[in-house]
Design a protein around this ligand. Structure first.
Ligand SMILES: [Zn+2]
Ligand SMILES: [Zn+2]
Length: 331
């Protein structure tokens, strides 16, 4: 079978490798769609720790083509989204933190490949009317769903999302499906602001047109925003979220800030106004629920371009230029 190996920076090779055989308790999946993630871009730019050579791709969907001993043969032909890790349910992280950080996790093989092997548990059946291409977005969507579920008092809240990339879009969508009364999207690229209308965003803000702080001041009579989500990954924007929060407000960090970056903010203000700052990195406990949650969102305009397996490098490069919302590879 063919797979794409990353060799550091933006060097990739398309390789012929031996076919995969599912061991006991595992399944083999014919990969249908793999999403390009901001993390893939950051890895090639050296902003997210990763050691080459390795195969990348952690947002995938496909069809089960073979099962190992002990797995129900009826699963062959099932349309699935693939979780990258399994969970034991018994370790400290599973019990005290989140199942997506299981200490005994078994990893699915990466997805920039014609096939992947995964523990039976990692292949999640998707609803019949959910497209396999949409289902490849389960991983990024689950991170946003998990993040939104970390927030309290969503009902009737007024929330801001900075950044209309895929993470910001999912956050906006899930804020609305979880009861937020008014969602504001701040994004400089017009096409991304347009797509956020599909997420039922109420107010659009263009940071090139007006200053965000003044915009929120006007909107809230200087009271500040209930919830602010930073979905870009820039420390200065996290600071901005803290500044425009109302007393007792909540700030969620969904964007991946560069490794070793520091937050420069007025800590007196943050303390005095009792602002909560939360990091939301991963899938939490919600990967299984996410395909159903995706059905509630209008995602037809989300995938901007499709690339064959031999164009992974181009897809990652185009993604780094901010082309479109979601770029996907079709092995
Ligand atoms: Zn990702
Ligand atoms: Zn565990």
């Amino acid at each position: 079978m063919k797979q794409v190996t990353w060799h550091g920076k933006n060097v990739f090779t398309l390789d012929d490798v031996p076919d995969l055989n599912p061991q006991e308790g595992w399944v083999k999946i014919k990969i249908d769609t793999v999403g390009i993630c901001g993390t893939d871009v950051h890895i090639t730019q050296g902003l997210f720790p990763a050691t080459p050579p390795q195969v990348l791709g952690h947002e995938g969907s496909g069809i089960i083509s073979e099962v190992g001993i002990g797995v129900d043969k009826k699963r062959i032909g099932e349309r699935v989204t693939i979780n990258t890790t399994s969970n034991c349910g018994n370790c400290k992280n599973c019990i005290d933190w989140t199942i997506s950080r299981c200490e005994n996790a078994e990893r699915s093989t990466p997805f920039f490949s014609e096939f992947s092997l995964a523990p039976d548990q990692n292949a999640i059946k998707i609803p019949d009317d959910l497209d396999l291409e949409i289902a490849c977005m389960t991983e990024p969507a689950s991170c946003c769903l998990s993040g939104v579920k970390m927030l309290s008092n969503l009902e009737n809240s007024r929330a801001l999302v900075i950044g209309g990339g895929i993470m910001g879009q999912f956050c906006a969508g899930f804020l609305k499906t979880h009861g937020a009364k008014e969602v504001i999207m701040s994004e400089p690229i017009k096409s991304r602001r347009e797509i956020s209308k599909d997420m039922n965003v109420d107010i659009l803000h263009d940071p090139k047109e007006s200053n965000l702080e003044e915009f929120i001041d006007d909107l809230t009579d200087s009271k500040g925003i209930d919830i602010a989500i930073e979905a870009v990954g820039k420390p200065e924007l996290v600071d901005k979220c803290i500044k425009i929060s109302k007393p007792g407000g909540q700030v969620l960090m969904i964007g991946v800030n560069p490794s070793k970056s520091n937050l420069k903010t007025d800590l007196y203000e943050m303390h005095y106004r009792e602002i909560t700052l939360k990091g939301a990195f991963g899938r939490g406990n919600v990967f299984h629920q996410t395909p159903k949650a995706l059905q509630k969102l209008k995602l037809t305009n989300m995938i901007s371009k499709r690339y064959p397996l031999n164009q992974v490098e181009k897809a990652i490069h185009d993604s780094s230029l901010g082309k479109g919302i979601k770029l996907v590879v079709k092995p």
